[in-house]
Design a protein around this ligand. Structure first.
Ligand code: IPD
Ligand code: CA
Ligand code: CA
Length: 263
């Protein structure tokens, strides 16, 4: 299959899953379990959505590996699907519009397709390697030539209090140096916002592979750079995404603040 074929299949699955979640979301979803902290929640629909995605992948591509937030790593093989069934579960719980189904496909560790279905907004972002990033038939381009002082920067916070305390310290240093900050509540949607020019940059300490795999490809296909600190690829220590130039400026502001620490 080509990257475009993988993107089409991922889109079909992300749309079906989004439709299921929209139809089944109760007015007040119930918390089923907490994970890393009392505020890190799972609902029955996080699990049901991942099960549906895994079933559809298995039907279409029985030999592929899957890494999913709820079900962990299964299978092996050159093709691996990276799944966050609901990115932005707290928004899902409260009825805020920034939650998304995020699905990426990697071949030999390289992302070749990415789909982020921001269900409440009815927006399905797609990208394939070398094929551009798209929303509703329009090709996406990130903002370019924005200096740090003029940048609108999205970020997020983890679920562990000690990590949040550091994140707040880092943010206190950053806020006076940029246009403003936004905390949307979904890493995948934030990266799509970089791609669509709705924000100029995104950074966060803590996002996992399933948070940024699909959105990261969408952002890079829209002309942005995604990475970690000091030449590392995007990783839970720190993930940073912006157009070339702004990426370096934000990177150099963050490094001395030591944002990868947890206390
Ligand atoms: C979270 C969201 C949030 C980010 C957290 C993630 P979840 O994912 O992407 O915006 O700040 O780091 O864990 O738990 O809603 O899937
Ligand atoms: Ca997530
Ligand atoms: Ca999730």
């Amino acid at each position: 299959m080509t990257p475009a074929d993988f993107a089409a299949l991922a889109e079909e699955i992300a749309r079906e899953t989004g439709d299921m979640l929209k139809a089944k979301r109760p007015a007040r979803p119930e918390v089923l379990q907490t994970k890393s902290s009392p505020t890190d929640v799972v609902t029955a629909l996080d699990r049901a959505a991942e099960e549906l995605i895994r079933m559809r992948i298995k039907q279409a591509r029985p030999g592929d590996a899957v890494l999913g937030e709820e079900g962990g790593a299964t299978g092996d093989g050159a093709v691996r699907w990276i799944v966050d069934p609901i990115d932005g579960t707290v928004n899902f719980l409260y009825g805020l519009p920034d939650w998304a189904v995020s699905i990426a496909v990697e071949v030999d560790g390289v992302a070749v397709a990415g789909v982020v279905n921001v269900v409440p907004r009815g927006e399905v972002f797609t990208a394939s390697l070398g094929g551009g990033a798209w929303l509703a038939g329009e090709r996406l381009r990130c903002n370019t030539g924005v200096p740090l002082a003029g940048a609108l920067v999205a970020t997020g916070f983890g679920y562990i209090p000690a990590r949040r305390a550091v994140q707040a310290q880092v943010l206190a240093q950053l806020v006076p140096q940029v246009r403003d900050v936004r905390r949307g509540g979904s890493c995948a949607s934030d990266l799509c916002s970089v791609a669509a020019g709705r924000v100029d940059a995104y950074y966060e300490r803590g996002p996992e592979h399933w948070d940024y795999a699909a959105g990261g490809l969408i952002a890079t296909e829209a002309g942005a750079v995604i990475g970690g600190l000091n030449g590392k690829p995007a990783n839970p220590g720190l993930t940073l995404c912006a157009s070339p130039g702004l990426f370096e400026e934000l990177h150099d502001l963050l490094v001395p603040l030591d944002p990868e620490r947890d206390g």
